[in-house]
Design a protein around this ligand. Structure first.
Ligand code: NAD
Length: 256
């Protein structure tokens, strides 16, 4: 049964676990970026209440779906560019400086961890990155300005010189996660003593399986999330507070 809940006591207990742990791995989701003004998927008013996601199958099968996906991508990237990292992102960058920190696995595609100065060699973007396109055949990259200018010039979605479809370099619903980042994330989860989930509803797999893998290998699991998750009953501590407040309490230097 999980301890914790709302209030300062749960945050203090979280701080104690962070200080005592020998190896810390963190998984972040869309919830860490809501205080930067980027809506998550499943909170009230989140992205899903306004539009249905375009699946990988739809993107590959339909030119109309591809054009709509690129339109959404350009809008979304503009909102990412306007946003700034918040206390949650900055607090994790401070945590990464500790010798006990193993790594950060993020489901996010907004680039805010990097913009908060998080060390790239400790970061796995398990769902990819929205800042460029990639050919589904040969894997060649295409910049977003190039994608946009091709669509404006021809009215059609871009193709790679090899002839295959170019898609934003993120993992869409229905798309298989690339093997190497998932293997690395699983390895980090399995060797942690403390696995911390921050701002994820824990319903998107395989990312949602990582805390279970960590727990099976003996790690304590902490969940920092405003709403309930399916893993709460199995967690060692649940902190049901706003992420920015939690990190401002743990790292007072963030608010000075
Ligand atoms: P989700 O939307 O399913 O869940 C987010 C969770 O965060 C919710 O349970 C919510 O209660 C909690 N939350 C939101 N703001 C919070 C706050 N300030 N303090 C505490 N808790 C807060 O997100 P998910 O589990 O990451 O899964 C959605 C998928 O869509 C992921 O792949 C995700 O990366 C992607 N996505 C990414 C972005 C982004 O890059 N910023 C935005 C939307 C969706």
């Amino acid at each position: 049964m999980a301890r914790g809940g709302e209030g300062n006591g749960a945050v203090v207990e979280f701080g104690r676990l962070l200080d005592a742990a020998g190896a810390i791995t963190v998984l972040t989701g869309a919830g860490i970026s809501t205080e930067s003004g980027i809506p998550d998927f499943r909170s009230p008013g989140g992205v899903w209440s306004r539009m249905t996601p375009i699946t990988y199958g739809e993107f590959v099968a339909s030119e109309a779906a591809r054009l709509e996906d690129w339109r959404r991508r350009f809008r979304m990237n503009a909102s990412f560019a306007e946003a700034s990292p918040n206390a949650g992102h900055r607090g994790l960058t401070l945590l990464a400086a500790r010798s006990t920190f193993v790594g950060l696995i993020t489901q996010n595609i907004d680039g805010l961890h990097q913009r908060a100065g998080f060390p790239p060699d400790r970061l796995i973007e398990i769902h990819g990155n929205a800042t460029h396109g990639r050919c589904l055949g040969c894997g060649a990259a295409m910049t977003l300005p190039e994608v946009r200018s091709r669509i404006e010039r021809t009215g059609a979605s871009p193709r790679c010189p090899c002839g295959d479809i170019v898609k934003a370099a993120i993992v869409s619903f229905g798309e298989t996660l690339p093997g190497a980042p998932l293997r690395q994330a699983t390895e980090w989860a399995a060797r942690s003593d403390l696995f911390v989930v921050i701002g994820s509803s824990l319903v998107v797999r395989p990312a949602a399986s990582l805390p279970r893998i960590a727990a099976q290998a003996g790690a304590a699991v902490v969940i920092v999330n405003r709403e309930e998750t399916p893993l709460d009953p199995a967690a060692d501590l649940v902190v049901r507070e706003a992420i920015g407040e939690v990190f401002s309490t743990l790292f007072p230097q963030l608010v000075q």
